[in-house]
Design a protein around this ligand. Sequence first.
Ligand code: SF4
Length: 397
Amino acid sequence: MAAAMPNEVTYRTKGMPMSSIADGQWKKTACILCENNCGIQVQVQDRRFVKIRGDKEHVSSHGYTCNKALRLDHYQNGGRRLTDPLRREADGTFTEISWDTAISEIASRLVAVRDTHGGRSIFFYGGGGGQGNHLGGAYRQPLQHALGARYRSNPLAQEKCGEAWVDAHLTGGHTHGDFEHAQVSVFIGKNPWQSHGVARARTVLKEIAKDPDRTMIVIDPVRSETADLADIHLQVRPGTDAWCLAAIVGVIVQDDLLDHDFAAEHLSDQAPVLEVLRRVEVSAYAQICGIPEATLRQVARLIATADSVSTYEDLGVQQGPNSTLISYLNKLLWLLTGNFGKPGAMQPHTWFAPPWAATTPTCSTPRSPARPCPLGSCRATSSPPRSSTTIRSASTP
Ligand code: SF4
C-alpha cells in the first residue's frame, strides 16, 4: 500500500528566500499528466511552480491529485528538458534556433509539400489523449484543415489498437465507466490505484471497498493494490483472460440473464453472437483460466442483476494474448446486460464534443455502420466484422 501523499508541495527556487518568490496568489489550472486532468492550484514565479495543491473547487477532482501533479515543477523545469527548438543540420549536429524561426521554417516546408504532392501526402502523428494534454488535439484539426491533410494517428494506435477497432464497430467510439456511481465495478488487466484513468481513483476505490452494497471485481493474474481492495479477485492464469470473460458472458447468455429490452431497442445483429456464446463450455473454460466454475457463475449473475455496471480494460490485457477478443468480450459484458448510457454504467465521451465537432472532419479507420466515413468518400471497409453485435446509434440511448 502506498504511503499517504501530501496535498500541497512547496519548491524553493535556488538562491531565493521563499518569502520573496511567492506572491501568495493561487492560480487555477489542471494537471496534464493523464486523462483525468485533475484541477490544481499553483503559485508561480517565472517558469517555476513554487507551490502546487489540489483544487477543492474543481467539479470532478474535488481537490484530489496523485503524486504526479505535485511533481509538475520537475516535469516542466527538469534539467534535461529542451527549452528552445533544435534544428538538425546536414552534418547531423543540432543548432539552437528561435521559436519564430522554427515555426516559419516548418510552415514553409509543410506548405511546399502540400503544394507539390497534395495534403493527402502529409500524415499527422500526435500525442495520445492518455498523456492528458489535449491542446495538441484541439490544434490538430485546424492544422490538418489548413494543409488538407486527411490521415492521422497517435500512440493509442499501438497501445489500444484492438479496443479502438472493436469500439468503431460496436458503438462508433470509446466509452468510459461511471465508477463513482457503479454498483459493480470490473477492472480487467487494470490497476487504477497506480495508473488512475478513473477520476479520484484512490478515493473512489476506497469508497467502493467500504460500501457493502457495491462490488469491485478485478480480473488480473497479479495481486495488485486494486486487487487487494476488491471483493472478488479473479486471479486468472496469465494469458487466459479471454477464457475467463467468455465463460462469464457465456453464463449470462446460457442462463438467459440478458437485458432483452435494451437489446431489442439498441442492439442489432446479435443472433449469431448469442449462438456462439450458447456453445461456450463454461466448465472447460473455468479449468483453462484457473477460476472455479462456481465463482464464474456467481460473477456472471452479479453483473447481470446489478443496477449498474462499469468496466475498465487496460494495458494488462491489451498488451497480452487475444487482446482484441478480450475487448470484444468486455464490451459484450455491459452491452448484453444493458449497462450503457445510464448512471453508474458505461458512457460515451462527451466533454470535448463541441470543440471536436466544430472543426473539420478528417478520415480515420476503421469504418463501420456505427462510424461511417465523415467525408463520405472513404475507401476503407464499410462492412461490420462477421458475427458482431453492434449498437444501432452512437448516441446515448
Ligand atoms: S490522476 Fe494524477 S496524473 Fe492524472 S490528472 Fe490527476 S493528478 Fe494528474
